[in-house]
Write a protein that binds this ligand. Structure first.
Ligand code: NAG
Length: 353
């Protein structure tokens, strides 16, 4: 019901309308936007034309195609944005989640049917009210709310992957997946694709993959923006402070939702490399501001500021920028840096008493 073809950024959709009382400053995903509704609305009123155009193109591309293949045309289309009505299908196909789901019918339900790990249940439960308190779809525990779906998906995932269980951040990711797919089982399989295949181990208790990727970003900045690299080198451990949330939440609550979804389109299709493209673009585009920072708190504040404003809100232009501004970035480069940084981190950790 979040069809963009009819979207004019009002409470058009019946479900949303029923739950919110006027004045309605709620976006089409159910989020209340008290502070930036006007700029969001302005952006959307222009973006709607792009979405309409993309929507027509996608419908033509997918007509009479029961299976979406991965090819250069689809890749190009994905970079230009997947309209909401096709999003779940494209994410499922591109990430391999559909194939997994088809090969294990009934698996998701079986995870919910087993006796539940009480501690896991409790941990997930504690985070329920912390998940999108600003979203009307997650606020209530009523039937039409999405809290139950969210709880189920996280519980099933915890049983599916006991090594990870549940970590903070996963609630936001599952929440977005549910908003888009409106389907528990699909959300579960997309979660499995993300955490099991697309991302390195961000969510294991040691979070090694996350620590590695923060350092990888640091290395990339050193080559692509040496002056910023030098500034950051004065503050050891700073990358963890400024970007861990970017990676762990896959930009949820960091960038505007429309932008996050566009990033995820590419994440599901092309893999985790796109997370670096986004971070690099933010840094490169704002290097002048960053270089003015004179202290650690300055830098931290600056890294908050650069995620806000029209540059990131205008998702279509932003997504063009991420593929041009950082220049070339091959998976080989990323893999090599990951290996190098992983080794360093493990060495440092083994030297600590
Ligand atoms: C790429 O895949 C799409 C979707 O399956 C299909 O419509 C299109 O014809 C394919 N293009 C090429 C060049 O194979």
């Amino acid at each position: 019901f979040f069809s963009f073809q009819t979207l004019k950024v009002e409470c058009r959709s019946t479900s949303v309308q029923r739950l919110c009382s006027p004045p309605c400053r709620i976006d089409s995903y159910g989020f209340e936007r008290r502070h930036d509704f006007d700029s969001y609305k302005e952006m959307m009123n222009e973006y709607v034309a792009v979405l309409d155009r993309r929507s027509t193109r996608w419908s033509k591309l997918l007509r009479d195609k029961p299976n979406v293949e991965k090819n250069l045309t689809v890749k190009r289309y994905v970079r230009k944005g997947v309209p909401n009505e096709h999003r779940a299908r494209i994410w499922m196909a591109a990430s391999g989640a559909q194939a997994q789901m088809d090969s294990k019918p009934g698996y998701y339900q079986s995870l919910l049917a087993v006796e539940h790990d009480a501690r896991l249940k409790e941990t997930i439960h504690t985070d329920m009210h912390r998940t999108f308190p600003d979203n009307i779809l997650f606020k209530s525990r009523t039937e039409e709310g999405l809290q139950k779906d969210l709880f189920n998906v996280l519980l099933a995932y915890g049983h599916h992957n006991p090594a990870v269980g549940y970590c903070q951040g996963m609630n936001f990711i599952a929440g977005y997946l549910i908003i888009i797919t409106k389907d528990e089982e699909k959300s579960f399989w997309l979660m499995d694709a993300l955490l099991g295949r697309i991302l390195p181990d961000y969510y294991s208790p040691a979070m090694l993959g996350l620590k590695v990727d923060q350092e990888v970003l640091g290395e990339l900045v050193k080559t692509k923006a040496p002056a910023v690299g030098q500034l950051m080198a004065q503050y050891p451990g700073i990358w963890t402070l400024v970007v861990s949330r970017w990676f762990i939440c896959l930009y949820i609550d960091i960038l505007p939702i429309e932008t996050v979804l566009r990033i995820w389109d590419c994440l599901f299709y092309e893999g985790s490399k796109v997370l670096f493209r986004v971070a690099l673009t933010l840094v490169l585009h704002h290097r002048t501001e960053i270089l003015k920072a004179r202290s650690l708190p300055d830098v931290c504040e600056c890294f908050k500021q650069i995620t806000c404003g029209s540059f990131t809100l205008d998702c279509h232009t932003f997504m063009q920028k991420i593929f041009t501004e950082p220049g070339s970035l091959s998976m080989t480069t990323v893999q090599k840096l990951r290996e190098k940084c992983r080794k360093q981190i493990l060495e440092e950790e083994s030297q600590q008493p």
